[in-house]
Design a protein. Structure first.
Length: 198
């Protein structure tokens, strides 16, 4: 970590020596100068983000207006990134298991070229943001959507798995099992569609 900090400081120092203009904006360090390239004066701009030891970008521009536009876009990007962080922080503060009840059911939907579904029932709550769930059986209603495509619904209290602890990830109460498999509250749905291949 200390080595990364030193590399960053060295990169900033070299950039300051290389360019005549230096500006800090949010977590960006912006540099610019006018250079003679093939007997033609051109503007050059560069940007280092955060604690990086490398340039985020470095380009040549034909006019000062183009350089100014690039700097403005970089600042707008920094503003939007800071806004997203604030919004995510506020959303994280609002995440709670308060409205989730023991006995509530979650369902998953996932799969490639087919749709898989599992059901889980809430058996306990931990703290303010965690739930304890157990997998339960599903009831198959037949191939109601055609060949190899039908409907299933959860069978409450028909447990088939052990306890799993999961942290709520958003205001809707959703859970995450992996990058491709999430779980959502079942609510008052009657059934959900599944499909499969032989």
């Amino acid at each position: 970590m200390e080595n990364q900090k030193e590399l960053h400081e060295m990169s900033v120092k070299r950039a300051k020596d290389r360019y005549s203009y230096y500006e800090e904006y949010k977590d960006l360090k912006l540099f610019s100068d006018v250079k003679s390239i093939n007997n033609k004066l051109r503007c050059v701009g560069a940007c280092i983000k955060g604690k990086s030891a490398k340039y985020l970008w470095m380009y040549y521009y034909d006019t000062p207006e183009q350089l100014e536009s690039a700097f403005n876009r970089a600042k707008e990007y920094a503003d939007n990134r800071e806004k997203r962080k604030r919004e995510q922080s506020e959303e994280k503060k609002s995440i709670s298991n308060e409205k989730i009840k023991i006995g509530d059911i979650y369902y998953t939907r996932w799969g490639y070229d087919q749709t898989n579904t599992e059901f889980y029932q809430v058996v306990n709550k931990i703290g303010k943001t965690m739930v304890v769930i157990r997998e339960i059986k599903g009831k198959f209603h037949g191939e109601t959507f055609g060949y190899m495509s039908g409907e299933v619904s959860p069978k409450k209290d028909a447990f088939v798995g052990g306890e799993i602890r999961k942290r709520i990830i958003d205001k809707s109460g959703a859970l995450s099992f992996s990058s491709f498999r999430g779980a959502w509250l079942w609510g008052d749905k009657k059934s959900t569609r599944i499909s499969w291949y032989a």
